[in-house]
Design a protein around this ligand. Structure first.
Ligand code: AMP
Ligand code: MG
Length: 457
């Protein structure tokens, strides 16, 4: 047997195929991105705080700033009567000095004026109903009328009460976020709070999704005899976005080697990863395999696609047995060639493409989306020997007091069953060496969708 024939006949396990893909994928080079473009991305710099947060002492309540000595012993019966010298709103820049016997009205977030030692919440006062003296200054143009005059304070105040001190959140020079942090909404909020408008991260990979098949018609158009709608390019593009990528759907390409090659060459310019569906088995029109296989008809020497090579393999799994993986073009762009059956291509995405996208983003590729669940079936199920089977199912998390949840198969094993797939939220994993499963058996279940992904579009 030739080396090629031996390689072609080897059966790969799911884990071996994934390991091989991940061994050939490097995280993308970091780039400086605007904050909202960096959502879900991995930070590649340590971010230090340039200015303390809060940047100045400020009030955490709406109330009055006072000197503590002036309100010592104050009560409902014997309130402290203070002269209100001004109104401080958030954003006030010019600040009056609070002298003995004086108070200033202050809003949440407004800077503390000199002389002030505590904030008395408005509820502990009469609300400053006194007459407004001519000398009252207003320190914010939108200060409401009625400020000024006198305020009666009904309780004593402790120094520092309701004051948020400068630097009480973070100090200048502190580490705000460590390299390796995944930027979710709170981290993006912190970056904005310390004044950062851009940040260095590994960008979202650009994933080009192409389906192949001369039978494919785009949704919205009339079906012709023997044709079907192209659903894979939609499902895979949506899945790539869900995994955190920027995905481009090229749509369906006819089963023609030349068209596939030129389309690929055009698309490589904007791809960090290419995903194809269809044309990878041994049929007469299996154009992806024919065009990209290192064993089959290689592209012309002048073609940039020819610079790379894609290996087509048999994986010990069902659905999804035929798979292709390689790196093509001048940049050795990774390409995953998935089988055409809609369920096969989607299952292949979850098992191989999602981890590849995560690896490009610098995220842990093997996200933990596996749970254990008890199989809810009325009759025993059979499963092919030597293949890891992925059945579609609906997963129910454990109810109170239960150690594991339950999973119920939806639809059958047929890899054309898109309606059943749309009702599923999990893949039930039946191990390679298991040929029959009894009701109530506990199995691994892969949760589908973006529950814990880097997506969020
Ligand atoms: P293939 O792997 O190209 O032989 O395709 C296997 C099966 O999946 C065939 O029945 C195809 O018609 C179907 N199929 C292939 N590509 C798509 C697609 N993009 N959308 C829906 N069905 C497809
Ligand atoms: Mg096909």
């Amino acid at each position: 047997m030739t080396r090629e024939a031996a390689a072609a006949s080897r059966i790969w396990s799911v884990a071996e195929h994934l390991d091989d893909i991940l061994a050939h994928i490097r995280p993308l080079e970091p780039r400086e991105l605007r904050l909202l473009d960096a959502q879900g991305c991995v930070l590649t710099e340590d971010v230090t705080v340039p200015v303390a947060l809060p940047p100045f002492d400020n009030s955490s309540m709406d109330g009055y700033v006072v000197r503590t000595a002036d309100v010592q012993g104050a009560s409902e019966e014997y309130p402290a009567v203070l002269t209100v010298i001004g109104d401080l709103a958030a954003g006030s820049g010019e600040l009056p000095t609070v002298g003995p016997g004086e108070a200033a009205r202050i809003m949440t977030g407004a800077p503390l004026p000199p002389g002030a030692e505590a904030v008395v919440p408005v509820e502990w006062t009469d609300g400053g109903t006194g007459r407004r003296p001519a000398t009252t200054m207003r320190f914010h143009s939108s200060a409401p009328e009625g400020a000024g005059g006198e305020v009666r304070v009904h309780r004593a105040a402790e120094a520092g009460q309701h004051i948020r001190l400068r630097g009480s959140d973070v100090q200048a020079g502190d580490l705000a976020l460590e390299a390796g942090t995944v930027l979710g909404p709170p981290q993006i909020g912190l970056l904005a709070a310390i004044g950062r408008s851009t940040v260095r991260v590994r960008p979202r990979p650009r994933v080009v999704v192409m389906s192949t098949g001369s039978e494919l018609i785009q949704p919205g158009e009339e079906l012709t005899p023997g044709s079907i709608y192209d659903s894979n390019s939609f499902a895979l593009t949506a899945a790539a976005r869900d995994a955190g990528a920027i995905a481009y759907r090229v749509g369906a390409i006819a089963d023609d080697a030349e068209t596939l090659r030129t389309t690929l060459e055009d698309q490589l310019a904007r791809a960090d990863l290419v995903v194809t569906s269809g044309g990878v088995s041994v049929g007469a029109y299996d154009v992806v395999k024919e065009t990209l296989s290192e064993f089959g008809g290689r592209a012309d020497e002048g073609s940039s696609v020819a610079e790379g090579r894609v290996e087509f393999r048999k994986i010990a799994m069902q659905p999804g047995k035929p798979q292709g993986f390689g790196r093509i073009g001048p940049d050795r762009t990774p390409l995953l060639a998935l089988p055409g059956n809609p369920v096969s291509s989607y299952v292949s995405f979850e098992l191989f493409v999602r981890p590849a996208i995560r690896a490009l983003m610098g995220l842990e590729p093997r996200e933990c989306r596996m749970v254990r669940a008890r199989l809810e079936i009325s009759e025993p199920l059979t499963s092919p020997a030597g293949k890891r089977q992925f059945l579609r199912g609906r997963n129910e998390p454990p109810s109170q007091g239960e150690a594991v949840g339950r999973v119920t198969p939806v639809g059958g094993a047929g890899s054309h069953l898109v309606a059943a797939l749309a009702r599923a939220d999990a893949l039930i994993v039946i191990p390679e060496d298991t040929t029959a499963v009894e009701p109530g058996v506990e199995l691994d279940v892969v949760l589908l969708g973006s529950a814990s992904s880097a997506g969020g579009w």
